[in-house]
Design a protein around this ligand. Structure first.
Ligand SMILES: [Zn+2]
Ligand SMILES: [Zn+2]
Length: 221
C-alpha cells in the first residue's frame, strides 16, 4: 500500500455532478493535520504507511509508528489516543460462561491488568484479566497515533472532520454536487460518510462547515 499522491489531473467534472472514485479514507491520509496531545501545538503526521511520524514543534514530543493492518491489535508504535480494555473468563463462583468486561479510556495512562465484572448468573464479582487495544471508533483522531485532528467542525447535524486540504476539497466537491454517483465499492471514503452528510437537505450545512475548515487551514499553515 503506497501513499504517494496521485498527481494525474482529475477528469473534468460536470457541474453539479459528483462521481465517487472509490478511494478509501487512507488515500487522503498521507499528511494529517493534528494537534499535539501534550501542548496543543498544530502539527502534521507524515510518512509512508510503514513509517509514520509526528514531531511537535512546541514541546518536541516525537511519535513513531507504522499502521500495521489497521485492526487495532497488531499495529506497532506509539499510541496516545483512546484505548479499550477487554477480557472474559468463566465465573469464579458458579462457573457460568462467560463473565466479560469491556471499558474505554481516553488514554492508557495507568495500564490496567484486571477488572472486576459481575456474573449475569449468580451476580457475584470476579476479577477478569484484560488486554489493551487501540480504540479508533469514529473519533476525530489520526489513525496512527490517536492524536486529535485539527480540522474538526461541529454542525447542527454532526461532526465534520478532515485530514488535510485535499480531503477538504474532496468533501467540498461532494457537498456542492446535486447528483451523486456511487463507486459500487463499500470501502470508499464517500460510501462511509455518516448518513447525515449524504442527505440532500444537509448539503449547504456540510458545504459551509467544510469552507470554515478550509479558511482555518489557510490561516494556520
Ligand atoms: Zn507538543
Ligand atoms: Zn456466577
Amino acid at each position: 500500500m503506497t501513499m504517494r499522491r496521485d498527481r494525474t489531473p482529475r477528469p473534468a467534472a460536470q457541474p453539479g455532478r459528483h462521481r465517487d472514485d472509490g478511494h478509501g479514507l487512507w488515500r487522503y491520509a498521507d499528511r494529517v493535520a493534528v494537534r499535539c496531545h501534550r501542548c496543543d501545538t498544530p502539527g502534521w503526521v507524515t510518512g509512508s504507511s510503514s513509517s509514520r511520524r509526528f514531531r511537535c514543534l512546541g514541546c518536541s514530543e516525537a511519535l513513531d509508528g507504522g499502521s500495521g493492518c489497521g485492526c487495532g491489535r497488531c499495529a506497532s508504535g506509539d499510541w496516545v489516543g483512546p484505548v479499550r480494555y477487554s477480557g472474559y473468563r468463566p465465573c469464579g463462583y458458579c462457573g457460568h460462561k462467560w463473565v466479560s468486561i469491556e471499558v474505554r479510556r481516553a488514554r492508557a495512562t495507568m495500564p490496567l491488568r484486571t477488572l472486576a465484572a459481575d456474573c449475569s448468573q449468580c451476580g457475584r464479582s470476579s476479577e477478569v484479566d484484560v488486554t489493551l487495544s487501540r480504540w479508533r471508533g469514529n473519533d476525530a483522531i489520526d489513525r496512527d497515533f490517536g492524536l486529535p485532528l485539527r480540522l474538526v467542525e461541529k454542525t447542527a447535524a454532526g461532526l465534520v472532520w478532515a485530514y488535510n486540504a485535499e480531503h477538504l476539497q474532496a468533501l467540498h466537491d461532494y457537498a456542492t454536487a446535486t447528483l451523486r454517483h456511487g463507486s459500487g465499492r463499500n470501502g470508499s471514503m464517500f460510501s462511509r460518510l455518516p448518513q447525515w452528510m449524504k442527505l440532500a437537505r444537509n448539503r449547504v450545512l456540510l458545504q459551509r462547515a467544510v469552507e470554515r475548515l478550509q479558511r482555518r487551514l489557510l490561516g494556520e499553515r
